[in-house]
Write a protein that binds this ligand. Sequence first.
Ligand code: THU
Length: 133
Amino acid sequence: MYQKLMETAVEARKNAYAPYSGYRVGAALLAEDGRVFTGCNVENAAYSPTICAERVAVGKAVSEGATRFTAIAVVGGAGENPSDTCTPCGVCRQVLAEFASSELAIVVGSPDRFAVHTLGELLPLSFGAGELG
Ligand code: THU
């Protein structure tokens, strides 16, 4: 299942718009209802409006009515065939925490060789809705 999700992330990465960094990222987000939402990074000439692949996927999902997730696969790196392991940035981890438990599986690497982390591992002691009463 995770291998398939990684393959979907690789497909999504093909649409990455990354003319400034050259670092292309694809994400595939699995919702509790079984739907998969994809995302790629979308950069901007003013730099700070750039949005990561993971947050594009979350935005697409929430806008389609999916608000709980069980896994996300992320594939990224420079060039055509990335060798890097791309883990979600801090902002994306926080956004994922809004819509998932600490058990969310974060799958990184490549379809052939991937590692599975949990959100709890990558974002310990997180701040969330529970803190606001
Ligand atoms: N990026 C992502 O899309 N996801 C990540 O998890 C890390 C970084 C993007 C943002 C920017 O377009 C490029 O990678 C370099 O930082």
